[in-house]
Design a binder for this molecule. Structure first.
Ligand SMILES: [Zn+2]
Length: 382
């Protein structure tokens, strides 16, 4: 009998590379943060990601990838539509996150499959048959691509409701009202102190983002918004601490500012990240909305390319109780972006764009105007 190995911090090899890849696909490991030794090292970041994963799976949190944890990781990596789901009499029913996703979909649409347990059990098969009958598909109880497509079509139409997180956030926004005065916005300039972030000759990420955060702060305070910074010019609290600070002051919104870097000097543009992970089927809808507004306003006002908005489960986004968005304002390794980041005018435009995006977030939908029309002066008059 062979014993399956357990992987732990310090291990290296292809099995560790596979573990890293699964964790990255689950949004638990920053795929960009590859250690110098390559992608095959079980380092501290991997251990932290494994612990987070174990926490979300309600299993022993020890940072070790035992055969059991490995099985859970494999289970988590199935996505609805990746494979056909069917129950066969002699085999164990299929299980995995794709089954849980299916069960949530069925329940949202009113097909009773019992509880969400990630197992393709009899109640789930019966609910799938019922669903198939309703949409005119052969009621064979097999969740194939056609069935998944029919589910997705219906779910998109119903996408407004359901998730507790989503409801909590939109309720908070409604009770806070559409106006800016009285809001609390926490600005989080990345890095700080000895941690400078990306540096190039003449430009330092921690200084640039502190300067832009300060410009945003000045503008927001003129609009009677209460603002806090997560750090002073010289401090560098960790991500968890920054999130806690925003929680402590009861912030309505957290905006984190960074610049990016890449080995390829052609990489350039702005991207915005909100808390989310398609694979677990949860996200911050307000964060996503704000990320989209920020992208729209910044790219309309500056020469930065639009790299889009993306859901991530980084600590800062995970531990904040309010919508939180991290903006990567261009690449210091790009000649084009670096020239912009060095200029006062660009920094002013970025600050304007962010403030306009904040205001748009709290405007009722009917007041939303195409970008470029709303000016700061108009906002002050509201
Ligand atoms: Zn950074």
């Amino acid at each position: 009998m062979t014993t399956e190995p357990t992987y732990r911090r310090g291990d290296t090899g292809p099995a560790v590379a596979a573990i890293r890849e699964r964790l990255a696909r689950l949004g638990l490991l920053d795929a960009g943060a590859i250690p110098a030794q390559g992608e095959t090292v079980f380092d501290e970041a991997v251990e932290t990601a494994v612990r987070h994963f174990q926490q979300t799976r309600r299993t022993t949190v020890d940072g070790l990838v035992t055969p059991g944890t490995l099985r859970l990781l494999e289970e988590a990596s199935w996505r609805l539509g990746d494979r056909d789901l069917l129950a066969t009499p002699d085999a164990e029913p299929p299980f995995g996150d794709d089954v849980a996703e299916l069960q949530r979909s069925l329940l949202t649409l009113g097909f009773d499959c019992g509880r969400v347990n990630g197992t393709y059990d009899r109640a789930t098969v019966a609910a799938v048959r019922e669903f198939q009958r309703n949409v005119g598909l052969t009621p064979d109880g097999v969740t194939d691509l056609l069935t998944v497509q029919a589910l997705n079509r219906l779910n998109r139409r119903m996408s407004s409701g359901g998730l507790l997180h989503a409801m909590r956030e939109s309720e908070a926004i409604q009770s806070a009202g559409p106006a800016l005065p009285g809001k609390t916005v926490v600005l989080d300039p990345g890095h700080g102190g000895p941690d400078t972030g990306v540096t190039t000759p003449g430009l330092t990420e921690s200084e640039i983002v502190f300067d832009i955060a300060d410009r945003v702060r000045t503008r927001l305070e003129k609009l009677s918004v209460t603002t806090h910074l997560t750090r002073g010019a010289g401090g560098s609290p960790d991500q968890r601490r920054r999130a806690e600070k925003a929680n402590e002051v009861g912030a309505d919104l957290l905006i984190s500012l960074h610049c990016d870097a890449h080995a390829n000097p052609a990489a350039s543009g702005v991207a915005a990240f909100y808390y989310g992970n398609d694979r677990f089927g949860h996200s911050s809808p307000t964060g996503e909305k704000f990320a989209g507004l920020v992208q729209r306003e910044i790219t309309a006002r500056t020469g930065l390319a639009n790299l889009g908005t993306h859901g991530m489960t980084w600590d800062l986004l995970r531990y904040t109780q309010m919508p939180a968005v991290r903006i990567e304002l261009g690449y210091l390794t790009s000649t084009h972006d670096a020239a912009l980041l060095a200029s006062q005018r660009f920094r002013e435009s970025c600050a304007d764009a962010i403030v306009i995006a904040v205001q748009r977030l709290y405007l009722p939908p009917e007041s939303d105007a195409p970008t470029g029309i709303l000016r700061l002066a108009e906002l002050r008059a509201r």
